[in-house]
Each structure stands twice: as structure tokens, then as C-alpha cells.
Design a protein around this ligand. Structure first.
Ligand SMILES: Nc1nc2c(ncn2[C@@H]2O[C@H](COP(=O)(O)OP(=O)(O)OP(=O)(O)O)[C@@H](O)[C@H]2O)c(=O)[nH]1
Length: 378
């Protein structure tokens, strides 16, 4: 994997980039988790007007609080129901982040209408900005963190501006319960929100790096088996919707143990990298390629098994006809491969059934003498 020149440049580039499909899938799981946390927190909010009522508060205030708490709970249930749809709604994380931040601003605005200093000096409600920014980390999308942080800073700055502009004497904004409101404290709060955003964005970046590393094969840079098994169900789901056919190919370099014996393990590694590049050259942009074991690769090709066979067999002939020079001075090496194909959905509707069929056909290709592509059972 290529590193960008400057760590900060790399961080910003990665944060602003669309995350990898597997990352987005994990992020959809994070969205559901956030929706569940929001539902639990909202249920706790219901207790606040009841506590106020027990404390002898004004019945109108209690009823208003109750109505607001019910509304917050109803919204939390709506977000939860939408989050259960997985990645069907790409706008959902943005909608919920907007909701979380704007709800915090709305409560602060309400407080400021009762007592201007309460609106901008309240610590507890203000902390919900920080929570709203922090939980975007669970969605694995840096763009969302930057959006939520930016929104919180803009909304809070607007609220502070409004409170100071509306005050008759801004220098004497004092409250018995909330102390003195000063411009410097408010600037500090805005800086804290910025720090929270940068911190959360850095966590997202690190998480993305870890997921990317755990889903990649270190030698070839291709996705590995874990990544492939996460990704395949989504691809099958998308293809089911548009009714296209797919072909899974299990591709295996022939006699690789002998190649290792002849040119050494490092030479074998070079062969693997060269072969991975050759396969990648054949795959279309939206087709999958992964290294799932030693000398074993999986390709997911678009189209019926017949045309996939033609493409792979053409590649097989081309590879067998070329010679690979592992290192200057070495003897040129002839590489061949065998492949077993399985058609989706005819040979299996899931990853494991397709891999099983493709493996049987690969074994058949090896039994029949290697250097061949098998697309149906003997
Ligand atoms: N250089 C190198 N060799 C590897 C790597 N992973 C696995 N191998 C070797 O790949 C070889 C696989 O051998 P086999 O499973 O017998 O397969 P084969 O020799 O290709 O035989 P057929 O598949 O039947 O054609 C073993 O010698 C492994 O040590 C790797 O990352 N680098």
C-alpha cells in the first residue's frame, strides 16, 4: 500500500475520501448501534419531567417537558427503524448527525430564552455536542465526523452571537445559577468543539487504517479472505436487485511448491506479486479480486459462466505462453495456472456454496493435468 507524502495530507485525503465498501458496511452496523444508544438515552430523558414533577415544579413546565421527551423518544424510534435497513439509505448518518447536533442547539436556544446565560453557559447540554461528534466515529466515515463537527461549531457560534446581540449590555451577562457569560469562555468552547472534531476524525482515520490493514494481503496488496467474505454478500444482494449473473473463479498457480524449490521463497513471492498484477489487469474495475491463500486467488467476474470461462481461458493461454524472469540473471520461468468456476446463482446463492463448487472444479482441473479452466463437473 502506498503511503502519501505527508501524514497530515494523508489523514485529510483519507478522511475526505469515500470509505471502502466493507468500511461502509461496518459503518451501517455503527449507525444501528448509535440508534440503539440514542433510543436508550431518549428513554432516560422521559424521567426528567417526572423528577421535576416530584420536586414540585410548575405543572405547565412539567407538561411541556413531558411533551418534548415524548417527541424525542418518537424520533429516536424512527431513526432506529430506519437504521435497521442497513445501507439502503446512505443519507441516514447525515440526517441523524444533523438531528443530534440541532437538537442540542435547540435545547440551548430554549434555555437562552428563559435565561440568556443558561443558553451559553450550560455545561451538561453543551456536552451533547461533544457526544454527537464522538459517536460519528462508530460510522467509520471521516466525512461525517467533519460534517458533524463543522455543524456543531457553526450552530453554537450562531447561538452565542444571537445571545450577545440580543443582550442589552453584553458585558453584564450574569446569572445566579450559571455565572457570568464572557466572550473568551465562548471562544474556548468553540475551540474545544474543534479539538473534539479533530480528535474524533483522527480516531476514524486510525480505525480505517486498521480495517484496511486487516482486510489486505501484505504481499500483493490485494484484499484477503476476510475482506472477500464480508464483501460477497453485498455484491450478491446488489446483483439480485438488477438480475445480473456472476461467476466466481478460484484460480491457483500450478506446481508452486516446485517454483519455490527452484527459485527460493523470495522468488516465489515475486511470482505471486507478478501473477496478482496479471489477474488485476484482466479484472474490470467493478469486479473483485482477492488472494485467499498461499497461491490461491478468487475473482468475481460479471456475466454468465460461459463468457467468464472464455476470458479466463484466454488469460490462461497468454500466461502459459509468456516467460517470467524472477530476477536478472535467473532462468526465465514458465508459469501456468488452473481455475475452477462456479455460476451465481445457479451453482449456489452464497459465498461458501460457490467456493465449494469452484474448489471441486479446480481439483478436477488439477487432476486432469493442470493448466486448464473447468466450468462444469466431469
Ligand atoms: N513464496 C511463497 N510461497 C508460499 C506462500 N504461501 C504459500 N506458499 C507455498 O506454496 C506452496 C503450495 O504448495 P501446494 O499446496 O503443494 O501446491 P502446488 O505445489 O502449487 O501444487 P498444485 O496446486 O497441485 O499445482 C507451498 O510450498 C507453500 O510453502 C507465500 O506467501 N510465498
Amino acid at each position: 500500500m502506498r503511503e502519501a507524502g505527508h501524514p497530515l495530507g494523508d489523514l485529510l485525503k483519507r478522511l475526505l475520501a469515500r470509505p471502502d465498501e466493507v468500511m461502509l458496511e461496518l459503518g451501517a452496523g455503527g449507525e444501528l448501534l448509535v440508534a440503539r444508544i440514542r433510543a436508550v438515552l431518549s428513554a432516560l430523558v422521559l424521567a426528567l419531567p417526572l423528577i421535576a414533577a416530584a420536586g414540585g415544579s410548575d405543572s405547565r413546565e412539567v407538561l411541556t417537558g413531558m411533551a418534548a421527551a415524548v417527541l424525542v423518544n418518537a424520533m429516536a424510534q424512527v431513526w432506529l427503524a430506519l437504521a435497521r435497513g442497513g445501507r439502503q439509505r446512505p443519507w441516514l448518518p447525515y440526517a441523524t448527525a444533523t438531528y443530534d447536533v440541532t437538537l442540542t442547539s435547540a435545547v440551548l436556544l430554549l434555555l437562552s430564552l428563559l435565561d440568556p446565560v443558561a443558553g451559553i453557559n450550560s455545561m451538561v447540554v453543551w456536552c451533547f455536542y461533544a457526544i454527537a461528534i464522538a459517536i460519528t466515529a462508530l460510522r467509520n466515515d471521516g466525512r461525517l465526523t467533519l460534517y458533524a463537527g463543522g455543524l456543531a461549531i457553526v450552530q453554537y457560534a450562531a447561538l452565542v452571537g444571537y445571545v450577545f446581540a440580543a443582550a442589552e449590555a453584553p458585558e453584564t451577562l450574569v446569572s445566579v445559577d450559571y455565572g457570568t457569560a464572557s466572550v473568551s469562555t465562548q471562544v474556548e468552547r468553540l475551540v474545544l468543539l474543534l479539538m473534539m472534531t479533530v480528535l474524533t476524525a483522527t480516531i476514524v482515520y486510525r480505525m480505517q487504517r486498521l480495517v484496511a490493514l486487516s482486510g489486505r494481503d501484505g504481499l500483493t496488496g490485494l484484499p484477503n479472505r476476510a475482506w472477500l467474505l464480508q464483501r460477497l454478500p453485498q455484491v450478491f444482494g446488489a446483483s439480485r436487485n438488477v438480475r445480473t449473473s456472476l461467476t466466481l473463479a478460484l484460480v491457483d498457480i500450478d506446481d508452486f511448491a516446485r517454483i519455490n524449490d527452484e527459485i527460493g521463497h523470495l522468488g516465489g513471492d515475486r511470482v505471486l506479486r507478478h501473477f496478482a498484477t496479471t489477474l488485476a489487469g484482466m479484472a474490470a474495475e467493478n469486479e473483485l479480486l482477492a488472494r485467499i491463500g498461499g497461491q490461491e486467488f478468487v475473482m468475481l467476474l460479471h456475466g454468465p459462466i460461459g463468457s467468464a470461462w472464455e476470458r479466463l481461458d484466454r488469460l490462461r493461454r497468454a500466461v502459459a505462453g509468456q516467460r517470467f524472469l524472477p530476477e536478472r540473471g535467473d532462468d526465465a520461468l514458465r508459469i501456468t495456472f488452473s481455475a475452477g468456476l462456479a455460476a451465481w446463482p445457479q451453482d449456489g446463492s452464497g459465498a461458501s456454496s460457490l467456493l465449494k463448487v469452484a474448489d471441486q472444479r479446480l481439483k478436477q482441473a488439477k487432476r486432469e493435468g493442470r493448466n486448464r479452466v473447468v466450468a462444469r463437473d466431469a
